[in-house]
Structure formats: C-alpha cells, structure tokens
Design a protein around this ligand. Sequence first.
Ligand code: PMV
Length: 309
Amino acid sequence: MHAVNAGYAKAILFGEHFVVFGLPGIVAGLPLHATARIKKNNQGIFLHCPWHQQPLNVLKNRSASVSKIGRMILAQLRIPFTKRFLIEVRTTIPSNGGLGSSAALSVAITRALSHHFKKNLSDNEINSIAFKCEKIFHQTPSGIDNTAATYGGLFWFQKKKPKNQTKFLHPSKPLPCILVNSGIHGSTKKAVARVRRRKQKNPALFRRLFKEYRRLASDALRALQNGDLSLLGTLMNQNQELLQQIGVSNSTLNKITLSALHEGALGAKITGAGLGGNVLVLASNFREQKKIQHALQRLGYACIPATLH
Ligand code: PMV
C-alpha cells in the first residue's frame, strides 16, 4: 500500500494528549502525504521543504527544526556529511493542523534517503528514526504520529516500554468524516507542555479524566468493531469534553464542534494537539457527510472530506 518515499498524515479519532501519558489512542491514516526525492546538487547537503521558501543548508543552518532532523536522519543512516545532494520534499498535508505533518515529513525523508543510498531500512527502523525526529520537533511525543506516518491504516496505539503497542483495526463500516480547519495554527509542543503543567497543578482532576478516558477508549474500540457510528459519535463528543477540561480547546474549536453537531453530525472533536488545527467530524452516512461539509464551508471553514477505514 505504500507510495514510494511517502509519509502519511493521520487523524486521531480518540486519545490525543492522553497517549502521551501511556493511555491508549485510536488513529486513522488520511489520504494526504509527504513525499521526498533526492536530486543532484553540487554545493553540499540541502533540504527543500514547503515550509521554507529556499532550500536549507542542512549542515550550516543550525536553528531550523527541519535542518536538525535532516542531520539526525543522515547520522542515523550513516550517510557521510561530505556527500552533495538536495532532498526535495512535497506535501499535501497542511502544517500545524494536528494532522501529523512533521512525522510524515521525517518518514518521507528517511524513506527517500534509505532508498537512494540503498540502506534498505525496514518500516520498524524508519518508524524509530521518525520517533527521534518527533522528539526534535515536539520534545515528548507519544510515538503515535510517527507510527501512523510510517504504516498508515487505522490502529489502536499505546505507548509502552520496551515497545509501543500497535494493533491494526478493521472497522466493520467506513467512517464518513470531515476535517474542518479552524484556520488557527496549533503548536503541538506548546499544547503538550500546557497539558503537562495543568496535570502537575491538578493531579486529582487528571486522575478522574484519565479514568473516564480509559472507559471511553474501550467503548470506542467496541463501537468501531460493531460499526456503531452513532455510539462512536457520542464517544467523540465525550472525548471533546475531556479535551476541553485538559485545556486544549478554544472558542473557535468549540464553535466548530457545535456548528457541526447543529448540522446533524454524530460527533465532533479536536484532532491532534488542539489550540488550533482541525476538528474531526463524523457523519452518519455519505450524503450527510456532503451536507455537513457544505454547511461548514458556507460558514467559512476549509474542509477536507475523509473516509476513514
Ligand atoms: O498535533 P499533532 O499532529 O502533532 O498530534 C499530536 C498528538 C499528541 O497526542 C498531542 C502528542 C503526541 O505525541 O501524541
């Protein structure tokens, strides 16, 4: 199923932030991806990604996160820094949108370099390098984004030692969803740090929220397996309430979820780190999916229809 040298975007159905603390999450690959190609260049090692207008000199630029991840991947793959080439990245994934754009970028670059320099890395090796890159981007990632970016598909994820748990799921019905862009850039690093601070300040609240979320995640797994979209929507709404309580929603995101529900959605919640980015909306069928998408577009939000399966 893998496109050559691609890293996939994802939407978290359940459990963003909770996964950072070792609770389970459910995530689905999206039909959006980043791809990378290695091209000739005589001046050194350059990386051109759509976030930067000009190619960055990976060895000389010490500050940009993308050149840091470039150096990290080169070192991991034992590619001599004396080589000369350009890594060109293209992506259809909006950045800072909670859709895993940074992990997809790391996976695409690692795959392209592995392919070009005949390193023959396995998906597991690519995933573990992308996890190291996620640490550069976000400091304390759970591992859910790089896993989704490497493998795609819909799966149950739990951060565990010595090895994260990933169980691929096959929902009995496809999920007609819409991604609704809030138009606000969300920083994963800031959102994760904010949740950690809140947890330190209020451990009792978080104990209660974690307990509620654990129940919700196992109900969601059953609802997916039974193709119970109505229950799944209700659980997404409950997850959104928990996300509000941990402090990663805001008035725009709340307004989008309420508008979607008003238009007949079964469920609507933040997907990804929050404070901006996208809202994931679940419709009861494909006709409703179109109807809700058009209504939200009329309200001025950019939408991407996405059927998760
Ligand atoms: O906003 P994104 O796409 O980077 O998603 C991050 C998901 C979090 O749970 C908030 C962080 C993580 O590492 O799991």
